[in-house]
Ligand binder design. Sequence first.
Ligand code: FAD
Length: 467
Amino acid sequence: TPVLLWLRRDFRFHDHEAMAAAAKTGAPVIPVFIHDDQVEALGAAAKWRLSLAVEAFAESLAEKGSKLILRKGDSLKVLQALIEEIGAGAVYWSRRYDKPGRDTDTEVKSTLSEAGIEAKSFIGHLLFEPWTVETKTGGPYKVYTPYWNAVKGTDIPPEVKTVSELRVPNTWPESKKLDDWTMGAAMRRGAEIVAKHVNVGERAAQSRLSNFLRDRLSDYKTQRDVPASGGTSGLSENLTYGEISPRTIWHAGYHKMAEGNQGAETFLKELVWREFAWHLFFHWPDMAERNWREEWNGFDWRRDNNDAEAWRRGMTGEPFVDAAMREMYVTGTMHNRARMIVASYLSKHLMTDWRVGLRWFEDCLIDWDPASNAMGWQWVAGPGPDATPYFRVFNPETQLEKFDKDGRYRKDFIAEGQANPSETATDYFEAIPESWQLSPDQDYPERLIGLKEGRARALAAYEQHKG
Ligand code: FAD
């Protein structure tokens, strides 16, 4: 009897435990993707990028003579219907670690098992599943460095070999059409502009990794903080959709470290920040909604407001902030240093609730990851575990002097005042909704607030809150 391989965020053949196990049964394997409520709820850019991942993976399966079955609806009901239609005896999948996902999977597992169907889950998109790492006294880690020290020496199992073939069934169940789901519809911005910057699929992810290791890893330690340098891997986009496994990246980086490459340990540490984010998110599933430190609950954040709207539009008059916000709009990603700076500016200089920013990121990022996004925002704004203290306010001007010495980042994304603006800078104006009524010929905006003044206002509010 056939095995259903339920794919969610694991669009690859290499190092895919669930797929390898399904292939090993020798039974026909039916790969299925379900457009369920969780997919429906995704932000605009993430939903669109997911459709590209699904499309690319369907093509790769077809190249191997297999097929991706697409269905829409409640996951359990869809799986039950498929089991009934094709007489499947088993459903395999890669685990997820977010609360809604886990709840669904637990229900699926118990309902199917009761019905005599083998429901089996395998390690998903992490190196260290959250419950496997505990402090000496028990319980989760709250601080990164001890977490890193606890996991860094772990013997990580080797990658699972690429699945080269999946046995096909005699007849395929019916599949819906991806185009009918119009998963790009919510992209108010022109998807065709963001499309210039995406790197879709397993092959693209693997070459991204090898190019990075060959060309940029040695300088990663210094270049990773310079937004215009292209000094980072860009792999977050592919990790988000499971087009590459963290284990593949870990082993490749580890190998480089053993060879004495200077950047390798720093890179692995960054990869483990993602693990730490999921560790936290697993233990505190409401991290995207609630202040991790309760004492922040009474803090007088401003709710959404006109300044925040200017922030979203990249029109704050603060070049680092605006370049970064426009970068996100045009490319679907934003450099890590820039993420920290725009988050600090919104939550401190503009005194606006970090959740306002978190939601905008959720809508705009093609590498949107609920755990890393929540950890990042809480870390910068102050309420998070292991967060920067509130009085540490990034100064976007001095940050520019340090990390954009030659002004390239500004030139890449801010067209106003340039005789020959770059394509990415003018693309911004192509991508935004007409209703924003912005053009590259306008003057660059005045500052929303003086940097000293904004800082002082934030610190005063903080002092008052502490009482
Ligand atoms: P590289 O420098 O090449 O790092 C390699 C990998 O390590 C990354 O792909 C990523 O998986 C991981 N990593 C690196 N830095 C971090 C970090 N600070 N936290 C967690 N993992 C990290 N990352 C997301 O993937 N999705 C998000 O939605 C997201 N939102 C963020 C929001 C804020 C406010 C902040 C400050 C950070 C956020 N990050 C998020 C983390 C980080 O900015 C990105 O992972 C990074 O910019 C991705 O670029 P890269 O792949 O070139 O990174």
